[in-house]
Design a protein around this ligand. Structure first.
Ligand SMILES: NC(=O)C1=CN([C@@H]2O[C@H](COP(=O)(O)OP(=O)(O)OC[C@H]3O[C@@H](n4cnc5c(N)ncnc54)[C@H](OP(=O)(O)O)[C@@H]3O)[C@@H](O)[C@H]2O)C=CC1
Ligand SMILES: CC(=O)N[C@@H](CCC(=O)OP(=O)(O)O)C(=O)O
Length: 342
C-alpha cells in the first residue's frame, strides 16, 4: 500500500535528509513539499544534489491539500511548529521534528523555551519519539514528537543504565560534540566558516541547554525520583555527527552487559565489543547509533561513548522510523542505508 506524504520545512537540513531517505522508500510517496522564504522554488533550485528526483515544487504549507495526505513531517523551528500543527486537519498523522511537543508539562516547555505553549491540547496527545523506548505508543499515535538530537544520543547511553539501577544517579556527566548542521541552515554569524572551522567551543554551559528538559523528564520518570545530570555540548567543526561521552560511577562490565542486552533485538543501536570506541565517521549518513563501553583506571567507573548522525538517527531517520510504525510499515523501511565512509 502506498502512503501519501507531505513535508513542511522541506528546504531545511532535516527536510533535505527526509527527502533523501524517502527517495528510496518502498511505500511512501512525497506529494507536497512546503517552505517559507523558498516557497515557489523548484527542488533543484533549493537542493541541487536532489535534482534527479521528480518531485513537486515547494509551496507554502497553507497551499497543501491535506485531504490526500496520510502523514506529514513537520521540520519547522520550534514555536512556529506548534502554531502550524495546531491548524492542520486531525485526519493527518504528524511526525514533528521540532522541540514543541517533546515536553509533556507545558510549564517545562515554558521554562526551557521561554515562551508559553500555544497548543496545549495538541501537546496532550503527543507521544515522545525515541522509537526503541516508545514503540508501542508510537504505533497508535497521531502526533509523534521527535527528540532532540543531543537528547537522543544521551538517552541511548543512559536509559538502560538508569532503569537497571547500574549507575550512581547523582554523578552522571555527559559531554558531547555536535556537528554544525545541528544548528540548521539559516544564516548565523557564529556558523561562518572562518569562525567555526579549525576550532571548537562549548555552548549552553552551566546546565542551560534546552535538551536538559528532555533529560530531566525522561530520566526522572525512569528512576522514579528527580535526576539531574551535568551536560555540556560543544560545537564541532564538522558537518554531521554527534559524539557523546558519559562519565559514570558503576561497574563497566555490568554496564556493557546491560547495554548489550537492552539493544540485542534493535536494528539500529549497536553495542561494540568492550573497550572499542565509536566514531562519527562510522555512522555518517546512516540511521545507526554506536555505543562503546570502557573501564577507567579507577575501579567502579566507566566511560560510555555514543555516536550517531544528528540529521539521520538524531532527527530525520528517527522521524521516518516512527512514521513507518504509525503507518504499519516495517520499522526499517527506507532506513537500511550503509554509513557513508570516509
Ligand atoms: N538540524 C538537526 O540536526 C536537528 C534539528 N531538529 C529540529 O528540526 C527542526 C528543523 O531543523 P532544521 O532542518 O535543522 O532547520 P533549518 O533551519 O535548516 O530549516 C527550517 C525550515 O523551516 C522553514 N521555516 C522557517 N520559518 C518558517 C515559518 N515561519 N513558516 C514556515 N516555514 C518556516 C524554513 O523555510 P525556508 O528555508 O524556505 O525559509 C526551512 O524549510 C527544528 O525545529 C530543529 O530544532 C531536531 C533534531 C536535530
Ligand atoms: C550544533 C547545534 O546547535 N545543535 C543543536 C541541536 C539540534 C537539535 O536537536 O535541535 P532542537 O532541540 O532545537 O530540535 C543544539 O544544541 O541546540
Amino acid at each position: 500500500m502506498t502512503h501519501s506524504i507531505a513535508i513542511i520545512g522541506a528546504s531545511g537540513y532535516t527536510g533535505a535528509e527526509l527527502i533523501r531517505l524517502l527517495a528510496t522508500h518502498p511505500s511512501f510517496e512525497i506529494k507536497a513539499l512546503a517552505a517559507n522564504s523558498k516557497a515557489g522554488q523548484s527542488l533543484a533550485q533549493v537542493f541541487p544534489h536532489l535534482r534527479h528526483l521528480d518531485l513537486p515544487d515547494l509551496v507554502t504549507w497553507e497551499q497543501i491539500d491535506f485531504a490526500g495526505i496520510d502523514l506529514c513531517f513537520c521540520a519547522l523551528p520550534h514555536k512556529t511548529s506548534q502554531e502550524v500543527i495546531s491548524q492542520l486537519p486531525k485526519s493527518v498523522k504528524i511526525v514533528d521534528l521540532s522541540a514543541d511537543f517533546r515536553l509533556r508539562d507545558p510549564a517545562d516547555y515554558e521554562k526551557w523555551y521561554g515562551n508559553a505553549h500555544v497548543a496545549v491540547e495538541t501537546q496532550a496527545e503527543a507521544v515522545y519519539g525515541l522509537t526503541e523506548f516508545y514503540r508501542d505508543q508510537i504505533k497508535g499515535a497521531r502526533l509523534v514528537a521527535g527528540t532532540g538530537c543531543n537528547a537522543a544520543t544521551g538517552q541511548y547511553i543512559l536509559r538502560p543504565l538508569i532503569s537497571g539501577g547500574l549507575i550512581d544517579l547523582d554523578e552522571i556527566i555527559l559531554d558531547l560534540q555536535c556537528g554544525v548542521s545541528g544548528a540548521g541552515r539559516s544564516l548565523k554569524e557564529n556558523l561562518l566558516h572562518a569562525e567555526l572551522s579549525e576550532g571548537t567551543n562549548a555552548y549552553a554551559v552551566g546546565g542551560t541547554h534546552r535538551h536538559l528538559g528532555e533529560f530531566d523528564q525522561e530520566f526522572s520518570a525512569l528512576a522514579g525520583r528527580p535526576v539531574e545530570i551535568q551536560f555540556t555540548p560543544h560545537l564541532g567543526p564538522f558537518n554531521r555527527g554527534i559524539l557523546a561521552t558519559a562519565y559514570l560511577k558503576g561497574d563497566p562490565q555490568a554496564i556493557h552487559a546491560a547495554l548489550t542486552t537492552a539493544y540485542a533485538d534493535e536494528s539500529f543501536v549497536e553495542v561494540l565489543p568492550f573497550g572499542e570506541t565509536p566514531s562519527t565517521h562510522h555512522v555518517r549518513g546512516s540511521n545507526f547509533c554506536h555505543l562503546g563501553v570502557s573501564g577507567d583506571r579507577r575501579p567502579g567507573r566507566a566511560i560510555v561513548v555514543a555516536a550517531l548522525d544528528n540529521l539521520c538517527k538524531g532527527s530525520s531517520g528517527q522521524a521516518l522510523q516512527n512514521a513507518n510504525l504509525m503507518l504499519g510499515e516495517a520499522e526499517t523501511a527506507g532506513l537500511m542505508l550503509a554509513p557513508c565512509f570516509p
